[in-house]
Design a binder for this molecule. Structure first.
Ligand SMILES: *[C@@H]1O[C@H](CO)[C@@H](O)[C@H](O)[C@H]1NC(C)=O
Ligand SMILES: *[C@@H]1O[C@H](CO)[C@@H](O)[C@H](O)[C@H]1NC(C)=O
Ligand SMILES: *[C@@H]1O[C@H](CO)[C@@H](O)[C@H](O)[C@H]1NC(C)=O
Ligand SMILES: *[C@@H]1O[C@H](CO)[C@@H](O)[C@H](O)[C@H]1NC(C)=O
Length: 668
């Protein structure tokens, strides 16, 4: 059985290696740009209100291992952030100390309407309160005026997490029904506009009744390190959480990556309002109910559906959930439990018509829940009693993985005759269809690069940023799903652990996909996260070439994709690999060569010579390929497991052993 305290132990000894994906140059640029905007508006008198009304607080249940190291890191990061706020006038700051056994990542944000003095005072109050979590390795404090959070791993791109919640006041506003509809309209506008505004902040006010006797004030804000779509996802959930508040006079919604608040009382000064009109492209929101109806009816917005699911979930859980319990990656939540009967009827008794596909771990069915939400239900083809016993703890772990490039597990069902998992339904299906299936040729180069980049980020998260290292072991295009905007979501992670041991490697199950399987794993069962790096490299070659790795090219010589790619590379003919359906105006030769070389680096042997996935993320955004070390040729392996080429390499220097083949969740 998985034991989380054991995972914690191993995790705590982790030293984060190499640069992390969140030091993405684009974000740095965005942060600088926003800082400039903020500095321009800093110099104004303090209203002397740090707004330290506490909305949410939580301490991780895990403690740091080396307390002196931990406090050194915590103090250094807090001091760094305080100087960014007090001296540089920032309203958003991050800082991290990741070099020792107890890494600390911190994020702090003030509402932009706060003066520098108020923001600093709010931050100081948050620091004082968060220190009461003693040695907890993660904690957060959310005030009206600011929030502060630290974790032992990178979390800067998190948007919405379990624990997101709406907080309503008990006071009812006057002119209740007019107030209600004014709030609905204003908050919907904020939700639409804020993700498009540089800095992700907007403060607005709107008269409820003419003459200004009743006015509604509202703000929305996202962490500056999330993407525009991440901000939108988060505010969509926050918006759902606020739905039940009006006509209460005040409402707030808190989440990991955003904040939403409205009130009938001014809480920022008049000159701090944002003109959001230019950011409200499309229709007016006065009629937002009609817009929602249209979007859902058109099946257009999974995000909205996700929001509604969360809202539904939260409203069903009623007020039992302890506020302040979650919102931190360091605390694991149990999965939502669905009833077998509901899932059976949602999928039309698991009918053939509802079948979306057959995965390595069982069949997948499209389901329509009673509330109209569309989900994907996976029927696990794992019946052993051990699997059943492990199911609960594994699913708890999986359902706590939140990353925009990883398919979200909505819940599970273990009470019926089968073990069922419920996921977001991705209407665009899997990547293989786009590479060599019915939708071949649809993806342009930018979309393909985004898929490569997103998949790398998702894997880096699973390997290095989650509590425990999750090795996927079966990365291939059919396990990479595409959302509405063709962004990748990695599916089927973490399930390998439920397989009986004798199937974990070297089984017939792998015969068909051996092309993605690292040789040291296929032959010797040596498992490490570099097994995923290898598969990722092969998938990148497929994305570039539009060719299946297992298809042989017969002319001029018999070879599989990987061999062909290496030969072309060695003869400096990389560009011959590129899919003919790609428009050559969409990419530069240099860029394409760089990505091909990164893919080849990922397929090297021994495993230790392959980059980690966070290194891959950095390489992908690095401008020039000249810095790349020249990759060394790997072991080639046929489907019949005949080894060719450099056989010595297969011994590898990986630290894993055959006996470790059942420990995908390894300490690092
Ligand atoms: C904590 O780490 C420091 C240096 O990183 C080391 O000197 C010290 O012995 C460690 N303390 C414990 C209790 O492990
Ligand atoms: C960290 O700061 C706190 C509060 O200022 C102080 O009590 C503690 O001694 C500091 N710890 C280290 C290791 O610097
Ligand atoms: C921290 O906890 C102590 C004891 O429980 C309490 O007296 C103190 O007021 C708390 N500090 C803050 C800032 O809440
Ligand atoms: C904004 O309004 C506040 C009071 O409402 C005032 O003190 C301040 O000077 C104003 N700031 C600017 C830049 O006009």
């Amino acid at each position: 059985m998985t034991n989380f305290s054991t995972h914690k132990e191993t995790k705590m000894r982790t030293i984060i290696r190499g640069p992390s994906w969140w030091r993405h140059p684009r974000w740095t640029a965005a942060a600088v740009a926003t800082a400039v905007v903020i500095i321009a508006s800093v110099f104004e008198p303090a209203a002397a209100d740090p707004q330290t009304n506490l909305l949410n607080k939580g301490c991780s249940q895990y403690n740091a291992t080396n307390v002196s190291d931990f406090y050194m890191n915590l103090n250094a990061t807090f001091a760094d952030i305080r100087s960014q706020i007090a001296s540089e006038g920032k309203r958003f700051a991050t800082a991290q100390q990741a070099r020792t056994s107890d890494p600390v990542y911190v994020m702090a944000q003030c509402r932009n309407y706060m003066s520098t003095a108020d923001c600093t005072a709010c931050f100081d109050a948050a620091v004082a309160l968060i220190r009461n979590c003693s040695g907890a390795n993660g904690a957060r404090v959310i005030y009206d005026g600011c929030f502060l959070r630290y974790e032992s791993n990178g979390f800067y791109d998190q948007t919405t997490l379990p624990g997101n919640v709406g907080i309503c006041s008990n006071r009812t506003a006057s002119s209740a029904s007019a107030f209600d509809s004014a709030v609905q309209g204003l908050v919907a506008d904020l939700k639409a506009a804020t993700p498009r505004i540089t800095g992700f902040f907007a403060a607005v006010k709107r008269e409820v009744v003419a003459g200004g006797s009743i006015t509604v004030y509202a703000v929305a804000q996202c962490a500056e390190t999330v993407s525009e779509s991440g901000c939108r996802d988060c505010l969509t959930v926050a918006y759902g959480n606020l739905q039940s508040c009006p006509p209460d006079a005040e409402g707030r919604a808190v989440d990991a990556g955003c904040f939403l608040r409205y009130s009938d009382t001014a809480f920022f000064s008049n000159n701090q309002t944002t003109n959001i009109a230019p950011f409200l492209g499309g229709g007016s929101s006065n009629n937002n109910k009609a817009i929602i109806g249209g979007v859902v009816g058109g099946g257009g917005s999974l995000l909205l559906i996700l929001g509604l699911i969360l809202w539904y979930k939260l409203s069903r859980k009623a007020k039992k959930a302890l506020r302040g319990n979650i919102l931190g990656a360091t605390e694991l939540q149990g999965p939502v439990t669905f009833s077998y009967k509901d899932l059976k009827s949602a999928t039309n008794d698991f009918s053939e018509e509802n079948k979306l596909g057959e995965g390595g771990f069982g069949d997948v069915y499209k389901g329509t829940l009673k509330n109209g939400n569309i989900v994907a239900v996976k029927k696990l083809a794992i019946g052993s009693s051990r699997a059943k016993a492990d199911f609960a703890s594994e699913v708890t772990l999986i359902s706590n993985v939140h990353h925009r490039n990883i398919l979200r597990l909505l819940g599970c069902c273990s009470k019926g005759p089968e073990l069922l998992l419920v996921y977001d339904c991705m209407t665009n299906g899997s990547l293989d269809k786009f590479l060599y299936g019915e939708r071949r040729g649809v993806l342009n180069w930018k979309q393909r690069f985004d898929i490569i980049f997103g998949t790398a980020k998702g894997l880096a998260y699973l390997h290095e940023q989650f509590h425990v290292c999750i090795i996927h072991r079966d990365i291939k295009p059919s396990n990479i799903l595409l959302d509405d905007s063709l962004q990748p979501k990695i599916a089927d992670f973490g399930l390998a652990r439920l397989l009986p041991q004798d199937q974990s490697h070297l089984s017939t199950r792998f015969a068909g996909t051996l092309g993605y399987t690292a040789p040291e794993y296929a032959i010797h069962g040596q498992l490490s996260e570099k097994v995923d790096t290898y598969s990722f490299g092969v998938v990148v070659l497929e994305i570039i070439s539009g060719r299946r790795c297992n298809d042989m090219i017969v002319e001029p010589v018999t070879e599989y994709l990987l061999e062909q790619a290496w030969k072309l590379y060695e003869n400096d003919m990389h560009m011959n690999l590129v899919d003919e359906t790609l428009d050559s105006n969409e990419y530069t030769e240099e860029e394409m060569k760089k990505v091909i070389e990164i893919a080849l680096m990922c397929t090297q042997s021994p495993a230790s010579s392959r980059p980690t996935m966070s290194e891959v993320v950095v390489l992908l955004v690095t401008k020039h390929s000249t810095d790349l070390a020249r990759p060394t040729r790997p072991t080639f392996i046929d489907n019949d497991k005949r080894v060719r080429g450099d056989t010595s390499a297969s011994a590898g220097s990986s630290t894993s052993h055959a006996t470790a083949s059942f420990t995908e969740f390894t300490g690092r």
